[in-house]
Design a protein around this ligand. Structure first.
Ligand code: S3P
Length: 175
């Protein structure tokens, strides 16, 4: 079943936009971080800190597969790192609508500045030098997001409503 999947860096708005899209479309919503936490009964941060990133990535791949295997079309907010794994990328490319939410680095910087040091409890990778880390991720992951995306939405100053409307109108331009 083709699902609607949102990909992109941390802070790109996948969860907020995805939840809204699911509501508008009357579909189930899955957020892979929330799925990992529900399945393990543990926080993403705790898994990173105690078991390491590799263990987290294994869980992340399992829940992504689970979400994509659901029968009814759903909306999936896929955590920023899912594209690191080749099997995940192949899965994402298997006929789903995959929207890459692509904020400019300025937008990400502004969002980080607004949130101050609490960049999100489930984002241990941003604990130190979040701006630098996100810049590196932008460089290293852009080709991976590009590889799986069927559409790109450049996120600048639009409101959540505007981004949701754009995706619903299927106008996200591939560039
Ligand atoms: C990560 C993104 C986070 C979370 C973890 C690692 C990443 O999810 O899975 O902190 O490597 O990009 P969000 O993209 O939902 O913030």
């Amino acid at each position: 079943m083709p699902h609607l999947v949102l990909v992109g860096l941390m802070g790109s708005g996948k969860t907020t936009i995805g939840r809204r899209l699911a509501r508008e479309l009357g579909r189930a919503f899955f957020d892979t971080d929330e799925m990992v936490e529900a399945r393990t009964g543990r926080k993403v941060r705790e898994i990173f800190e105690h078991d390491g990133e590799t263990s987290f990535r294994r869980l992340e791949s399992a829940v992504l597969a689970e979400a994509l295997d659901t029968e009814e079309p759903c909306v999936v907010a896929a955590a920023g790192g899912v594209v690191l794994d080749e099997a995940n990328r192949i899965r994402l490319r298997s006929g789903h609508r995959v929207v890459w939410l692509r904020p400019s680095l300025d937008v990400l910087d502004r969002r980080l500045a607004r949130r101050g040091s609490s960049t999100g409890n489930h984002r241990p990778l941003l604990d130190s030098d979040p701006v630098g880390v996100l810049r590196d991720m932008d460089r290293s992951r852009s080709t991976l997001y590009d590889e799986v995306a069927t559409e790109v939405v450049d996120v600048e100053e639009q409101s959540v409503d505007e981004v949701v409307a754009l995706i619903l109108s299927e106008n996200g331009a591939r560039s």
